[in-house]
Design a binder for this molecule. Sequence first.
Ligand SMILES: Nc1ncnc2c1ncn2[C@@H]1O[C@H](COP(=O)(O)OP(=O)(O)OP(=O)(O)O)[C@@H](O)[C@H]1O
Ligand SMILES: [Mg+2]
Length: 392
Amino acid sequence: MAFCAEAGKAHVYQLRSFKGELFAFKVFKQKFRTPNLVSATQNLRKFEHFPGLRAAKRQIVLPSDPTSRTYRNLEYAVLMHWIKGRTWFDVLGDARKNGLSIDLSTAILLCNNLLTVIEGLERDNIAHTDISPGNVIVDLNTHNVELLDLEDMYIPGTEPPPFLNIGSTGYRHYTGDQGVTCWRPEGDRYAAGVLAAEILILSDPSLANSMTDEGFFTTHCKNHQGALRYNQAERLLKRIAPGFASVFDRTWRAASLQECPRILDLREGVRELAGRLIESHPLRRQPPNPPVRWEPLYGDKTVKSPRGYAPAPPRPTRDETLAAWEALFNPSQTSQPVRSSSSGKPIAQWGESATPSRKPQGGGGSDSYAGWIAFIVIAAILLLILIIASLE
Ligand SMILES: Nc1ncnc2c1ncn2[C@@H]1O[C@H](COP(=O)(O)OP(=O)(O)OP(=O)(O)O)[C@@H](O)[C@H]1O
Ligand SMILES: [Mg+2]
């Protein structure tokens, strides 16, 4: 294990396979270990191949697994691919502490890719419900954008999670302060607009160092500080992305999430502006998940969490992690794969070819011992026949 972050609902551990591939193991805090996580995992299957939703491909530890009966804290923990890049939270931190800013073309491509990912959800009437710096990963080289923290997504026709998001500070529409939640198809409109604007603002070094852990705007239009910061950014946005700036102005001032312009409209302004830049840097799709063998990697490096706290968080012991491995990847020792309670269909397995084994390749399993014994016996018989033949 090379990484551990404590966030609001969970501790997230970075794990490494035999092949060196990285995975994220999200162990929920007790309050958030709820049965709806099973159906949430099932519901995410449909979106595994959406751009920006690689984290939707995951496997869950069921309460019926022997592991979670022994180690209660692993109940409902999920294993998913480790997403490469930096959280937007980390980028904001770099801007604040080290004066990082990004060039305009990077800003435009990132902004466009973020809106493309979220527009992909909007097209299916789904919403992430908590677009915020800790839940967005960007790659400043490839401009790829991925979303994390997908358990509470709004998907029409599905049960709402037990704790509904009202949005994170700095990305929350002011009606969120009155309790309006983002559990609706328009749930991402405001937060996505704010984060997209912030990406463009990061291209201006004089504004970049005003970034905070809660973004550039820090609050909404009904707050003096929010209005002040909007005024600071408005001129820049109008200059570098006039189409986006006028749509974002409506987002910023909208009286409700429903009245915020669609993500599609926000994106048009950036797309127009980006022009040839976008053509030469299309949103990269990640390759399909390759077959892997799994192995926990132990270590003790703890990385500060996006929420800024993580003093030696409790983590699964070596035995717990190994037991989780057994339960997840050794079907003969687990009760069954994750199943939908109603249909009984497997719902959350990695691809067939990815079915892993904890043992390294060529490791002495009982099958290979039997092979060796058979080989020795046959060789001995042949030798005996040769000796007898030569004596005659
Ligand atoms: N698949 C992943 N790949 C890379 N990093 C990840 C992954 N999943 C989580 N992380 C890291 O762990 C952090 C916390 O993850 P996540 O947002 O899922 O936890 P959470 O407890 O649900 O968060 P919140 O505080 O928003 O409720 C992320 O900000 C990111 O740094
Ligand atoms: Mg999160």
